[in-house]
Design a binder for this molecule. Sequence first.
Ligand code: NAP
Length: 314
Amino acid sequence: MTDPSPSSVFERITLCGLGLIGSSLARAIQASGAVGELIGTDHSETVCARADELGICSHVVPSLAEAVQDSDLVILCVPVGAMGELAQAMAPHLRDGVIISDVGSVKDHVTEAVRQHLPDTAHLIPAHPIAGTEHSGPDAGFAELFENRWCILTPDADTPADAVAKLRLLWERCGAKVDEMTPAHHDLVLAVTSHVPHLIAYTMVGVADDMERVTENEVINYSAAGFRDFTRIAASDPTMWRDVFLTNRKATLEILGRFTEELFALQRAIRTDDGEALHQYFTRTRAIRRGILDAGQDVDVPDFGRRAAKPPSD
Ligand code: NAP
């Protein structure tokens, strides 16, 4: 095994799943120098071969058992619905004291799905980097994805503080800002900021697709900025988002209920010609956009601040 350099946070890290997030994390960890040896694995032979070609890990090891066996940190970077099965498959091969983490967009479900399979000697610290794009696979990843973006950790109260501190440091070395909260609170917050907005985008693009009196060419040619941004979000990975809605059902339905009430209120304001209500509502929402810009979480340019080549979103 490679000796960790003095600035290493972990001796050996394994990333399971080398798609957008796994391959971005591989690139960011390598660039940070925070690990002695970085192992990558994926259930897809094609993905393993491509990751090997790209040289984003010290070694790509197709066998899950071999990939995890000597690591002091294993991070699950697969769709939320695959986390439990993956944890079960790796459990017999984990070393004592290993930290298990993940990058899944839902935390309550993943915590339960993974924890039940882990040996008592493992420390589970679920995590979610609030960074991503609508692209998938190892070629879509890039090292700067997590820069100045939040990563939320949802450890149990009885997780050793030094294990949490090490994972926090790793994410900071990858450029992220780190926060901690409970899994249930994470799921509610993300239902508001990410999950329901994605559902609305999927719905709006679906509506345009269903409209018989507006042709497909008209939708494409005359798509204004609002609709274009919906189509970008609605191009996100179908497997990932199916799993998000099925596993964050409670919070999604709660926020969707509130959304529907607000929509009815706006609908009534339009029908009753209540311009004052509409203006007040839009003034309030404009202030939220200002807050996001002030917090440095987006930039004030068209296309929601996407950089031309490598767009951060989520
Ligand atoms: P992705 O690009 O599709 O990558 C996922 C990779 O995991 C694929 O190579 C997939 O292979 C592989 N995989 C699936 N099941 C596996 C298993 N059981 N064992 C090993 N590998 C497996 O997806 P992603 O965008 O990186 O998403 C990964 C995780 O990050 C998800 O939990 C998602 O919720 C979370 N996340 C995503 C974003 C985002 O914007 N994309 C942001 C934050 C967090 P196949 O494709 O061959 O199945």
